[in-house]
Design a binder for this molecule. Structure first.
Ligand code: FES
Ligand code: MG
Length: 577
């Protein structure tokens, strides 16, 4: 039996070698036939389906249904579906942070796509880090691949009020702490915030990544918004299976879909939906796998042209199921049309422009604003630079206080998340409302895992005086559901010797968002002196295993926090400044 003779299609691809090639194939077939397949079943395109179900992961709680519907789509199109597991990451059950595990999932995904015989793959993810991990893995494996998401959860109802995870989680907990609602009511709310399976229904990272992935062309058209528990969601799964079979036949690989132009479309959509700042890091990581460097300054320039159009919480009022009813992503794409690269090819083999033209249009809806009446005239995010962030920092300006966008103040410095937790509410903390809170060692290596700690609490004594917002600066990330004048992703991070780690209490810092600058007013000689005494934090357990690998190889935020050895060589080198 020759390796490439009359062997089953997907089975030919296996690289496992037991002596001669013919014997290897013979052995693989013998084992797969142990599950009852016939030669006829095996002589078809084999479509792998990545199953990331886990009883820890409510966001993926509809996985079994989606795998079934995807299998049906594959079989109706003449392929053989073979589901297989990889790890699953849920935001709430990933210690120390889900970000710490994203690259592990990306490696698992890449290697299992590569290891097992298949002609194309449908990847099912949903919760925040899972979609970027799967796209990173698929980009590196470069086998025909399509992303399917589990879809957003439906909204719940608490005493007649619509609620959903997790913007409303923070709001109700705040009311409980303030004594406005009692034990019984907070327990009732707890039952309703996540009323069923699916991803958070606001414009957090999961919704953002679903929408930008559709914009990238890596998802079935209309695939981002259908609720997890809906017939539409199962139909999209079926369609994804069918598309995967076509992709296996045409050999349409991720590198032909995820081009520089496609990433530009994704970044424009990110701005227009008022998406999560986390998506910048994830898109940078996915692009990095393909040797494409996302340019932060370019992104900033796009932000000056692209308005925020989508009225979803936390910046707006509605939920993902409302965006689905308003037509889904294509309603946004239609408004953005003049800004988009319409020739980018998508998983269907058609271009983005063709897909926009095919979708139904022209009905009344109140979720996506027109270009003439946007929610914010400028895009949600701006990129800052200066001697405090030589390689950049991000601010979500749509969520910031206008009066603080140009601000000079005295630094109040916390050396770690633990230090912040210990001291921020102390009555004796020397802090005034015009000061700037600085958090060090909360970046990729510093924490480690770059937690969502950038949303520092307002010190209790100031909060009691009615202070609602202050300028806050860190090398951490921030949840897509939070708001405030918060400067994030300061690069290089303090644990890698970045200037953020040199800031001391009382230093003057100046933020100027219109001019895109962030300046530490301390002279170079003094900074050089301070640099001599700088020490990187030491983390327990960093001498072995995944933690050792992580700390030794994770890149900075401007390179996507990928592991340096996973990106093509030229990409992993740190830029000069
Ligand atoms: Fe999974 Fe929010 S916790 S998407
Ligand atoms: Mg509505």
């Amino acid at each position: 039996m020759a390796e490439n003779g009359n062997a089953p299609k997907g089975m030919r691809k296996g690289l496992t070698s037991y002596g001669d090639a013919g014997f290897s194939l013979f052995l693989r077939k013998a084992f797969i036939k142990g599950m009852g397949y016939s030669d006829s079943a095996l002589d078809r395109p084999i479509i792998g389906i990545v199953d990331t179900g886990s009883d820890y992961n409510a966001c993926h709680g509809n996985m079994r249904d989606l795998v079934e519907a995807t299998k049906r789509g594959v079989m109706l199109a003449g392929g053989l579906p073979i589901p297989f597991p990889t790890i699953s990451i849920h935001e709430s059950f990933s210690h120390p942070t889900s970000m710490y595990l994203r690259n592990l999932m990306a490696m698992d995904t890449e290697e299992m796509i590569r290891a097992q015989p298949m002609d194309a793959v449908v990847m099912i993810g949903g919760c925040d880090k899972t979609v970027p991990a799967q796209l990173m893995g698929a980009a590196s494996a470069n086998l025909p691949a399509i992303q399917l998401v589990t879809g957003p959860m439906r909204t719940g109802s608490h005493r007649g009020e619509t609620v959903g995870a997790c913007t409303d989680c923070r709001r109700f907990w705040g009311r409980f702490r303030a004594g406005e609602i009692d034990d019984q009511e907070i327990a009732e709310v707890n039952d309703q915030l996540v009323p069923g399976t699916g991803t958070c229904g606001v414009m957090g990272t999961a919704s953002t990544m679903a929408l930008v992935t559709e914009a990238l062309g890596m998802m079935a058209p209309g695939g981002a918004t259908a609720p997890a528990v809906s017939a539409d969601r199962r139909r999209i799964a079926e369609r994804s299976g069918e598309i995967a079979v076509q992709m296996a036949a045409s050999g349409l690989t991720p590198d032909r879909i995820m081009t520089e132009e496609a990433f530009e479309n994704a970044l424009k959509v990110l701005l227009a939906i008022g998406g999560s700042t986390n998506a910048i890091i994830h898109l940078t990581a996915v692009a990095g796998r393909l040797g494409i460097r996302l340019d932060l300054d370019r992104f900033d320039a796009m932000g000056r042209d692209i308005p925020v159009l989508v009225d979803l919480k936390p910046s707006g009022t509605q939920y993902m199921e409302d965006l689905h009813d308003a037509g889904g992503l294509v309603t946004v794409l239609r408004e953005l049309r003049p800004h988009l690269n319409l020739d980018c090819v998508t998983v269907t083999g058609r271009t983005l422009g063709e897909e926009i033209d095919l979708a139904p249009a022209g009905f009344a809806q109140d979720v996506v604003a027109g270009n003439e009446a946007p929610l914010f005239a400028e895009g949600g995010m701006a990129v800052l630079r200066g001697n405090l962030a030589p390689r950049g920092a991000i601010i979500k300006q749509s969520a910031a206080t206008p009066d603080l966008m140009v601000h000079r103040g005295r630094a109040v410095v916390f050396s770690s998340i633990e230090d912040l937790t210990r001291r921020v509410d102390l009555p004796e903390l020397d802090v005034k409302k015009d000061d700037i809170l600085v958090l060090q060692n909360a970046g990729p290596k510093g924490a480690p895992g770059m937690p969502e700690a950038g949303y520092m609490p307002i010190p209790r004594k100031l909060a009691a005086q009615g202070v609602k917002d202050m300028v806050r600066i860190s090398d951490a990330r921030m949840s897509g559901t939070a708001s405030g004048t918060i400067v994030l992703h300061v690069t290089p991070e303090s644990a890698s010797g970045g200037p953020l780690g040199l800031v001391r209490d009382g230093d003057e810092i100046e933020l100027n968002v219109p001019e895109r600058t962030i300046t530490l007013h301390v002279d170079e000689a003094e900074l050089a002196e301070r640099r001599k005494g700088m020490k990187a934090p030491v983390h327990p357990g960093s001498d072995r295993g995944y933690r050792k690998l992580f700390l030794e190889t994770v890149t900075e935020a401007d390179l996507g926090c990928d592991f340096d050895f996973l990106v093509p060589q030229a990409q992993s080198e740190s830029p000069e400044s």
